[in-house]
Design a protein around this ligand. Structure first.
Ligand SMILES: Nc1ncnc2c1ncn2[C@@H]1O[C@H](COP(=O)(O)OP(=O)(O)OP(=O)(O)O)[C@@H](O)[C@H]1O
Ligand code: NI
Length: 242
């Protein structure tokens, strides 16, 4: 579902992310971990062509679409429905004056998809009654789960999730991860997850990429990398994990 080769993202003369190889198959979860500023979000956003003012080179394919050469229209279809982005603070991306239910129905109509909003809410363990609320009336974790519910309703095949980096949000993250994990199994979703939290990643990811200063310093099966890290940086990251 995701195939990346020789990706390089630059802002001006500065290379902020270099990813030689990144593949995510259906039903698989790949996590990008690394400290703040290591290039995780930049990598994720570049996969949907959402990095503004960045110079990008390399090959990016998402749901079979060549993201770098695709028409704006083809890109919109992928972004809106087939590959869903779950952001660090999804509330900011939702219209503040529109109820969640209206938002979901509009998105379904736009993509000409028939789905039951209440069933989608239940699939992410949210009370369907929340559909009557406005985005500012729900918590950050609920907003992230709503973004996933929206993706589910639209029939997304790929989920790109950028986890909150605040240490205070651990329980919220665990909630969101639990939902993703179940959906991955039930719906054969391809998940690319960005996180700074190795403990969390170890519970869901099949494979891990460890980034530092824009470079992938280590990658491989999650169990192997986390049990026996070969790079000193990964060892430090693990030691810093409670
Ligand atoms: N629009 C931009 N213009 C210039 N530099 C940017 C831009 N966006 C990000 N950067 C830089 O790219 C680097 C990587 O940022 P990125 O947001 O990808 O890190 P991250 O690993 O996601 O960090 P965090 O865990 O804090 O979210 C940082 O040094 C950041 O300052
Ligand atoms: Ni980030």
């Amino acid at each position: 579902m995701i195939e990346v080769r020789d990706l390089e993202v630059r802002y001006g003369s500065r290379t902020v992310a270099r990813v030689p190889e990144l593949d995510v198959a259906a039903g698989e979860c790949v996590a990008i971990v690394g400290e703040s500023g290591s290039g995780k979000s930049t990598t994720l956003m570049s996969l949907l062509g959402l990095t503004e003012n960045a110079d990008i080179s390399g090959n990016i394919s998402v749901c079979g679409l060549n993201v770098r050469t695709a028409s704006p229209r083809a890109l919109r279809t992928i972004r809106g429905a087939r590959a869903a982005l779950v952001m660090q603070s999804p509330q900011a991306a939702l219209s503040p004056t529109t109820r969640l239910g209206t938002l979901m129905r509009r998105a379904l109509k736009l993509h000409k998809i028939e789905a039951d909003p209440e069933a989608a809410m239940k699939a992410v363990m949210l009370d369907p009654a929340l559909l009557r609320r406005y985005p500012h009336e729900i918590s950050g974790g609920q907003a992230q789960r709503f973004a996933i519910a929206l993706a589910i309703a639209l029939g997304a095949e790929v989920i790109l999730a950028d986890e909150p980096t605040s240490a205070l949000d651990v329980t919220v993250q665990a909630e969101v991860i639990a939902v993703l994990r179940r959906l991955q199994r039930e719906r054969d979703l391809a998940i690319l997850l960005v996180s700074h939290d190795l403990a969390l990643v170890s519970t869901i990811a099949d494979r891990v990429l460890v980034m530092k200063d824009g470079e992938v310093v280590e990658s491989g099966p999650a169990a192997e990398v986390l049990a026996d890290p070969s790079h000193p940086y990964t060892r430090d990251l693990l030691e810093a994990t409670p």
